[in-house]
Design a protein around this ligand. Structure first.
Ligand code: AMP
Ligand code: GLY
Length: 426
């Protein structure tokens, strides 16, 4: 069987690596892939990104299963394109992917289905947005509606920050966020206190299987300080998701979401990612939905998955996920992202990467922003590598990952040395 993975990040390297180990899989293509997937003899890069071109490739090459990594092709309707051609693909349709691609859609959906989340209001009018913030007070959260690659959220601790964020997103639209109807829009939310966790499930539209829990670290610097990024590291499992919290998340958030989407005529098939805020009483609320695996959550989750991913995803595309029982490595997986000089604002490209350690059962380097240049591997994006390790404890997994990081060199490399700190007992 041949498999196609769409995307070019660390998540897609991890998906491709795992699928290449599946019993029935003979070839794994990655479109467009990166320097790591290029260097792996079990994977093949394909220089395609257009949905129609990808579907034609899948048909010509008789690809048995396509898996979509990132949100952009989902929001562009790649799943609809494949299905219209009778091709098997795992991911949500464009309509279902609105749970991620439109924050306004997601918030209205959660309200319709009584799914716990922060109170919110939506604005296109600048003056009305300013007046609302004055009435609500700080802290308060301002979000640009539309895909802004994690950069469209400001958690404003003061009113001045909130007003500045509104001007930035609404008055000037500096983010250049493209909206379906061409109008810039912000969602203004109640600030939620608590600890975050990533809760990702597989859904075939009817049945659901929860993946192992995880937690990522969005800020660039140690101690969760500095600007937000796509994620500087992650670990799995997340101890904040106790069995009790897990049950509440399934009952109060995941099940009503999947049932609601089905009832509204857009059954959700694919990876559904609920970003959670869990308060001191263990009550989970939804911060956001993503219509895909997280990155770097995927790297740590897939490092722990013992089941054959191809067979699982075949069930997921046959609506027989109820026949699956996922098996997990009991060890902790922890991934440390090595980011480029200048990330997140102005990542530099073209630095030479050296010292990449050979993979072992317990240490594996997933590539993200890298490109092959003859024998060399160069940086080509903000998040460059995710050095992922398994260990008997969070601390041991962290030490092993950092040992890997210290062997690797590229100019200007940035990484955090405290990934997993919330789960390490001092
Ligand atoms: P989002 O892109 O919606 O996931 O937001 C990015 C980050 O902003 C989240 O991971 C949280 O750390 C923070 N955040 C978003 N919404 C809220 C909220 N209502 N209350 C507190 N923090 C939030
Ligand atoms: N790591 C967060 C995300 O993938 O959205």
């Amino acid at each position: 069987m041949k498999v196609l993975v769409i995307g070019s990040g660390g998540r897609e390297h991890a998906l491709a690596w795992k699928l290449a180990r599946a019993e029935r899989v003979q070839a794994v293509y990655v479109a467009p892939g990166n320097g790591g997937t290029a260097a792996d003899p079990t994977l093949r890069n394909v220089p395609l990104t257009d949905p129609q071109a990808l579907a034609e490739f899948a048909r010509t090459e008789k690809i048995a299963l396509t898996v979509v990594g990132p949100e952009a092709p989902l929001a562009a309707g790649v799943v609809d394109t494949f299905r219209a051609m009778g091709l098997r693909i795992f991911g949500p349709t464009r309509a279902a992917a609105q749970l991620e691609s439109s924050k306004a859609f997601a918030k209205a959906f959660m309200q319709r289905h009584r799914i716990p989340t922060a109170a919110w209001a939506e604005f296109t009018d600048v003056a009305a947005a300013h007046a609302y913030v004055d009435a609500q007070g700080a802290p308060i959260v301002i979000k640009a509606d539309g895909l802004a690659a994690g950069k469209g959220v400001v958690v404003a601790m003061t009113l001045a920050e909130a007003h500045a964020a509104i001007d930035h997103m609404l008055a000037d639209n500096h983010l250049g966020v493209v909206h379906a109807d061409g109008v810039a829009r912000v969602v203004i939310e109640e600030f939620m206190a608590g600890e975050e966790a990533s809760f990702i499930v597989l859904s075939d539209g009817v049945h659901v299987q929860a993946l192992a829990t995880s937690q990522d670290h969005k800020r660039i610097f140690d101690g969760d300080t500095g600007p937000n990024t796509g994620g500087m590291g992650a670990y799995s499992p997340a101890p904040v998701v106790t069995p009790n919290v897990h049950a509440r998340v399934m009952q109060d958030i995941i099940q009503p979401t999947l049932q609601g989407m089905a009832r509204e005529g857009m059954p959700f098939t694919g990876f559904l990612y609920a970003g959670l805020m869990i308060d001191a009483q263990g009550q989970p609320r939804t911060v956001e939905f993503n219509a895909r695996l997280g990155d770097p959550e995927a790297e740590v989750i897939l490092m722990r998955l013992k089941s054959d991913l191809f067979e699982v995803l075949m069930h997921a595309t046959d609506a027989t996920l109820d026949k699956v029982e996922l098996q997990w490595d009991r060890r902790v997986a922890l991934g440390v992202v090595m980011a480029a000089h200048g990330y997140p604002a102005t990542p530099r490209k073209g630095d030479v990467i050296s010292g990449l350690p050979a993979a072992t059962d317990a240490l594996r380097v997933f590539h993200a922003g890298t490109v092959a240049d003859g024998e060399r591997t160069l940086t080509s994006g903000g998040r460059v590598l995710c050095v992922t390790a398994l260990g008997e404890s969070v601390r041991l997994a962290q030490q092993r990952a950092l040992d890997g990081v210290r062997q690797i060199h590229f100019d200007g490399a940035q990484w955090r040395s405290d990934i997993g700190h919330k789960a390490i007992k001092h």
